[in-house]
Write a protein that binds this ligand. Structure first.
Ligand SMILES: Cc1cc2nc3c(=O)[nH]c(=O)nc-3n(C[C@H](O)[C@H](O)[C@H](O)COP(=O)(O)OP(=O)(O)OC[C@H]3O[C@@H](n4cnc5c(N)ncnc54)[C@H](O)[C@@H]3O)c2cc1C
Length: 402
């Protein structure tokens, strides 16, 4: 087993780190402060992308730091994803953010030449954005077989009726298309009932009903939305890989995306630990640096152990994905989906504690970092669902039935 990145990946990781430190971090700090001030002043949320962010995208692209997820192996992309986890903006600046990356992978793997021309090319170019609409307010969406929105064939069209929510990216001003999961054939096998359909956002009958906040953060400029579909008609040619293929596509889609998410969580945890160490050494209470009070040094050691162990777990999952594809790494991918956000949440929590009141304010990125880690414990399948899968595979080796 060799998790070491190739020479090219190592070089790109260095370039990504330098770009984040030198170019993104100052802009991000400024934007973070501006949006906190606007929130406090009760100003309406601006969903436009600030010009300085578009400029960062242009510069990143000029330096070849663009779409890196698309042409590197999972092992090679993992350290880059970790580096981008240090910044909220970086994945977007490098055109490597969810859900666009997963959607691009779906189109690359399952799209027809026409679907790729119309949607993949502009997504890779960064000129449009997309959303992935699976979760529904009316049903427990941890179980994707529950999805009720209908996607019914009518001649050479497919008609969508129903409601989705938590559609990430739908608030972006450049969002032009959603991949929507809908029920096509209720009589088929439970994993062959649903289809994935490309639905342009301006299709009559598609309406963004509202934007959702995540524990008070609006996640601008991408945003999560609730979207209704009322008799929305698109050509049947917009179904990806044919009717009833939603589960097959979902399985192929999620492995690499979970490696990206997990490694970004490691980056976020590293940033929190870095801030905790700086603050704990610089500030004094009761005659000592805060770091030397109570059990803080042990907490630093535990954070380092947890981060390093989880990084290795993720690298192992990435290596298995590269070697055998998503079906060969089912347990490993679910393991990292549980481990990474939980470790990040714990480390960020420690960093908040060591910052005292400052840690909960918008002067530091810790409160939003904690929220991001907390959200990943639910987004893309809650912890329990992934633990259930890990246990099922483990117990199957001992002859246990489902
Ligand atoms: C920030 C964020 C971004 C998201 N982005 C998207 C997106 O872009 N597109 C999209 O379609 N969805 C998105 N989601 C939605 C997310 O995928 C769902 O919230 C998630 O799959 C859970 O579905 P649910 O909310 O319906 O919870 P439910 O299915 O109602 O589950 C509620 C709880 O029940 C428990 N539970 C469920 N199953 C089990 C089990 N097998 N064993 C034990 N306990 C269990 C868990 O505690 C779970 O949290 C996003 C969510 C968040 C928070």
């Amino acid at each position: 087993m060799d998790f070491s990145p190739s020479a090219r990946a190592a070089e790109l990781t260095g370039a990504v780190r330098d770009f984040i430190d030198g170019e993104i971090a100052p802009v991000e700090h400024d934007l973070h402060q501006r949006s906190a001030r606007a929130r406090r002043a009760g100003e309406p949320v601006s969903w436009r992308v600030p010009e300085e962010v578009r400029e960062l995208q242009r510069r990143a692209r000029d330096r070849g730091l663009w779409n890196l997820f698309a042409d590197l192996s999972n092992v090679d992309y993992a350290p880059i994803a970790e580096a981008t986890g240090w910044s909220f903006l970086a994945p977007y600046v490098f055109n490597c953010n969810a859900p666009d990356t997963g959607n691009m992978e779906v189109l690359e793997k399952y799209g027809t030449p026409e679907q790729r021309d119309r949607w993949l090319t502009p997504l890779l170019d960064g000129t449009i954005r997309s959303g992935f609409a699976m979760t529904e307010p009316a049903v427990a969406s941890s179980d994707a077989t529950n999805m009720q929105l209908t996607a019914v064939l009518d001649g050479d069209e497919v008609v969508l009726d129903g409601r989705k929510w938590w559609t990430t990216g739908v608030g972006h001003p450049d969002c032009r298309v959603l991949i929507v999961m809908g029920l096509t054939d209720p009589g088929a096998h439970r994993h062959a009932r649903h289809s994935m359909v490309l639905v342009p956002i301006d299709t009559p009958g598609v309406k963004v009903e509202r934007m959702l906040d995540t524990m008070g953060f609006l996640d601008e400029p991408f945003g999560h939305g609730e979207v209704s579909f009322t008799g929305a008609r698109v050509p049947a040619a917009n179904i990806i890989a044919g009717p009833g293929q939603a589960f097959a596509i979902a399985q192929g889609r999620l492995g690499p995306g979970r490696v990206h998410h997990a490694m970004r969580m490691i980056g976020l945890a590293e940033r929190a630990l870095h801030l905790a160490c700086e603050r704990g050494l610089a500030r004094t209470a009761f005659g000592k640096p805060i770091m030397n009070l109570g059990g803080n040094r042990e907490r630093v050691a535990d954070a380092r152990i947890a981060i390093n162990a989880t990084r290795l777990l993720i690298q192992h999952a990435a290596w298995k994905l590269d070697a055998g594809g998503p079906m060969a790494a089912l347990s490993e991918v679910s393991q990292i989906k549980v481990a990474a956000p939980n470790v990040a949440q714990q480390v960020i929590d420690f960093a908040m504690q060591i910052h005292g009141g400052a840690g909960l304010s918008s002067d530091f990125p810790l409160a939003s970092a904690w929220t991001a880690a907390r959200a990943v414990r639910i987004a893309d399948g809650p912890d329990e669902v992934h633990r259930g899968l890990i246990a099922r595979l483990e117990l199957a080796d001992h002859g246990a039935a489902r």
